[in-house]
Design a protein around this ligand. Structure first.
Ligand SMILES: NC(=O)C1=CN([C@@H]2O[C@H](COP(=O)(O)OP(=O)(O)OC[C@H]3O[C@@H](n4cnc5c(N)ncnc54)[C@H](O)[C@@H]3O)[C@@H](O)[C@H]2O)C=CC1
Ligand SMILES: CC(=O)N[C@@H]1[C@@H](OP(=O)(O)OP(=O)(O)OC[C@H]2O[C@@H](n3ccc(=O)[nH]c3=O)[C@H](O)[C@@H]2O)O[C@H](C(=O)O)[C@@H](O)[C@@H]1O
Length: 433
């Protein structure tokens, strides 16, 4: 089958490679020139060697990167779906643009799959009408189904092939056709949803579930501090119960999925309550880190703080909705950060931005960003260091070497990746969430 994947970022490239490995003739279309050039050079944008090898096996050999979309038996839409906080809704402009592109290429009998994460009813109410505008009706002339992607950045090569899938079409024939396509290329079970909207809802429910569960761990961490208890020790003990599985607290929930998907779920409903509270708890962790810094340093005015890790979590290169960047903005007292934190706490949460102007130095070994400096510069003369992403590189940093460079002796270990004893022995006030 000839398949055209629209958008070859993190998700589209993975899907395109999956289809190519199954023997399909795949074109990976992206309007971003650099993305296509990188692929043409055989340099996919990933920090995961296994996934790079998986893509490398098919690049130019079943998977052709392209600046132009092409006629195909199946079109797969993997474009961005950011959250537009100014209007409190998903920005579906990329999905709409991709659907219009597909509409111009569609032939009777072709199939269209939406993989982008979208609010419930998007496939039915946004994609289907855009496709129909060019004359072919989904469910009658062409197939249309929603099949969410569930790969975990950090473990893409494994999850791409092994995760179960959900497929929901605008009619049974669409569901069957797309489910059969995925059954052929994956090892997991492919579940048929009653319709596209149920599949969209289920995807969002998965991410909202994780967001709420991280919020639970984060709230326990804040409670534990008030009792002078190490939250991680308490959580480990709580987890010995066979039906309890508390996640890890940390400096906040980042990435472009968990922080936005609960809002997608509540976009056309007034019922969002627990999920909104969880969002406030997770966004408020930046304020909690500032509390920890103040407890150790006192007033933060004119302090120098090294923030290590601006990726949204350990060992990835993606800095979207990064807790590290939000902390840096809040410490520097930037207006946009203050506004974001106020937004998160509008209902009385306790995240906050400082009024102080702090000299923040950012470091990350995986992310490309002009604001980043070397590790040496990030810690040089620092009053405190905060680890905000649990990259493997930070585990091996020698506390004695850092102590020789810093002015202060405060370290806040957000994801708890450091050797507490070693840092304490080097004279640091070691604090973990
Ligand atoms: N990154 C992840 O781990 C996961 C992401 N998702 C969802 O998948 C979707 C895509 O996310 P990512 O791959 O992370 O985004 P991304 O930003 O890495 O990639 C999206 C690509 O789409 C391209 N694009 C933009 N407009 C286009 C158009 N009209 N036609 C064709 N291509 C276009 C962009 O140039 C970009 O390369 C989002 O809805 C996201 O929520 C779902 C599961 C996992
Ligand atoms: C339900 C679920 O596990 N969804 C996954 C999630 O990927 P993502 O990398 O965003 O998830 P993650 O590893 O939980 O990390 C999200 C954020 O939550 C934080 N986090 C995570 C787990 C934890 O115990 N504590 C914690 O603080 C991370 O540090 C990070 O900032 O969202 C992806 C997506 O939809 O984009 C999805 O494909 C993935 O399967």
């Amino acid at each position: 089958m000839r398949i055209c994947v629209h958008g070859v970022g993190y998700v589209g490239l993975a899907s395109a490679a999956l289809f190519a490995h199954d023997g399909h003739d795949v074109v990976g279309y992206d309007p971003d020139e650099e993305t296509i050039e990188r692929l043409n050079r055989g340099e996919p944008r990933t920090t995961e060697p296994e996934f790079a090898a998986y893509v490398g096996d098919v690049l130019g050999n079943g998977l052709e990167p392209s600046h132009d979309p092409v006629v195909a038996d199946c079109h797969v839409i993997c474009v961005p779906t950011p959250y537009d906080a100014s209007v409190g809704a998903a920005d579906l402009s990329y999905v709409e643009a991709a659907a219009r592109t597909v509409a111009d290429l569609l032939r009777p009998g072709d199939a269209v799959v939406v993989e982008s994460t979208v609010p419930p009813r998007t496939t039915e109410d946004v994609v289907a009408p855009a496709l129909s505008a060019a004359g072919l009706t989904p469910g009658e002339d062409v197939s249309l189904a929603y099949c969410p992607e569930t790969i975990l950045p950090g473990n893409i090569a494994h999850e791409l092939v092994n995760n179960d899938r959900i497929v929901g079409g605008v009619d049974d024939e669409s569901t069957d056709l797309v489910a059969t396509l995925f059954e052929s290329c994956t090892e997991g079970t492919v579940y048929r949803a009653p319709d596209a909207s149920t599949a969209e809802f289920a995807k969002l429910a998965q991410n909202a579930h994780r967001d709420v569960n991280v919020a639970f761990a984060n709230e326990l961490a804040r409670l534990a501090r008030d009792y002078g208890i190490d939250s991680r020790a308490a959580i480990d003990l709580a987890n010995v119960h066979p039906r309890v599985d508390v996640l890890n607290p940390g400096p906040g929930v980042g990435g472009h999925c968990l922080p936005v998907d609960p809002w997608f779920l509540g976009q056309s409903s007034d019922e969002l309550d627990l999920l909104a509270a969880a969002r406030r708890v997770n966004d408020g962790m930046v304020g909690f880190v500032i509390d920890l810094l103040e407890a150790s340093l006192g007033d933060l005015e004119d302090r120098r703080i090294g923030v290590l890790g601006v990726a949204y979590k350990g060992n990835v290169d993606d800095a979207r909705h990064s807790p590290g960047l939000r902390l840096a903005d809040a410490l520097a007292g930037r207006d946009d950060a203050a506004a974001a934190v106020r937004h998160a706490t509008a209902d009385g949460g306790d995240g906050r931005a400082t009024d102080a102007s702090v000299d923040v130095r950012l470091h990350d070994p995986h992310v490309e960003d002009d604001r980043l400096v070397s590790l040496e510069s990030a810690v040089d003369g620092a009053d405190a260091i905060v680890v905000t992403a649990g990259h493997s590189e930070y585990r091996n940093v020698d506390p004695e070497t850092i102590a020789a460079a810093t002015d202060g002796r405060t370290i806040v270990d957000g994801p708890a990746v450091l050797d507490a004893d070693a840092w304490r022995e080097a004279g640091f006030d070691y604090v973990r969430i």
